[in-house]
Design a protein around this ligand. Structure first.
Ligand SMILES: *[C@@H]1O[C@H](CO)[C@@H](O)[C@H](O)[C@H]1NC(C)=O
Length: 319
């Protein structure tokens, strides 16, 4: 900090050494900003007339010719030659050099919007994928270069810095050790997906599904048991949690197989008698629950009282 103020006072001394006089170019209307950006002169019949200065905390914009908040994005004072101390352009300095000038500096990473250097944070051991002073916003936040803090991604202008949407592009989410659950499994990419719930592509036909918002991963969740306490899996085509009865058998479910069967009602594949499956066009449509006390009769293809039913579920044997 001390070095910076020394630099600034030097510039001030030099700035003051050159006397500055406003000069009107013609007899017409003309605004001449003061070199220190505190206000302006108005040319009246070829004569510069000083106008009241901008209110405290604001400066006169050379380009917009109005008073604007000091150090805001509209503050263009340093872009113009004048007597106001010009803050040295720290761009070409290395991070270490910038931290020597200001040990509390927060410096946006030049190419990654989620990353920044925090000079007051000094690593004893630099984490894998990081460098000294490098920090990262929590996913999916970005570092706001104006407010110098991590903010909601929708409120940050990244400019030329790359704005990662995939959580696995954040360094902090990469595996810090050789053996860890890969990032793409922990936080699947939501890029190109609509807002809402989606299958976890690394765990298809499992209870896992993910929530996406604006191409960002929000959470990984699991299907809850259904109303009867039975497990459910996430169906990637139906895009919702369904009972095992709606999960094809090749994916670990108990969905009746209707392939090659004529349209009709069939005994349950898993031997449950209080219900039957409906097949149509070689596809399973749904299961129908019998009334209490009834079982499926394979011959009439109806639910009947057990003592009146035929087939494996009924009591009658000579049908
Ligand atoms: C910078 O690091 C200091 C010291 O670790 C910490 O207190 C501060 O919160 C950090 N600031 C940001 C924006 O990360």
């Amino acid at each position: 900090m001390f070095i910076l103020s020394a630099l600034l006072s030097m510039v001030c001394v030099f700035g003051a050494a050159y006397a500055w006089e406003p000069k009107c170019d013609s007899l017409g209307f003309q605004i001449i900003p003061k070199p220190d950006c505190s206000g302006y002169y108005l040319c009246v019949f070829g004569k510069p007339v000083p106008m009241p200065n901008c209110p405290p905390g604001s400066i006169f914009s050379n380009s917009a010719h109005v008073c604007v908040p000091e150090n805001s994005i509209y503050d263009d004072c340093k872009d113009y030659n004048g007597g106001r101390p010009v803050i040295p352009d720290l761009g070409p300095l290395t991070v270490d050099e910038q931290c020597q000038i200001n040990s509390n500096a927060l410096i946006p990473h030049p190419t990654e919007c989620q990353a920044y250097y925090n000079c007051s944070m000094v690593y004893k051991f630099i984490p894998r994928y990081f460098e000294q002073h490098l920090m990262e916003c929590p996913y999916p936040e970005y570092f706001n270069a104006e407010t110098k803090q991590c903010e909601h991604f929708e409120n940050v202008k990244c400019g030329i810095r790359q704005a990662f949407k995939d959580g696995c592009d954040y360094r902090r989410n990469l595996c810090p050790v050789a053996h860890c659950v890969p990032c793409s499994v922990r936080m699947p990419s939501c890029e190109g997906k609509e807002d809402g719930i989606h299958a976890n592509e690394n765990r298809l036909w499992s209870p896992y599904h993910v929530m996406c918002y604006k191409d960002r991963f929000v959470s990984s969740d699991m299907c809850k048991a259904d109303g009867n306490g039975r497990a459910q899996l996430f169906h990637p085509v139906k895009n919702q949690c369904v009972s095992l009865d709606e999960i094809p058998q090749e994916h670990g479910g108990m969905m009746p197989d209707c392939v090659g069967k004529k349209d009709g009602y069939y005994l349950d594949d898993f031997g449950r008698c209080d219900r039957y499956s409906v097949c149509k066009d070689g596809k399973y449509l749904n299961a129908v629950q019998c009334n209490a006390g009834e079982v499926f009769d394979a011959f009439t293809e109806k639910c009947l009282l057990k003592e009146k039913a035929c087939g494996p579920c009924g009591d009658l044997s000579n049908c």
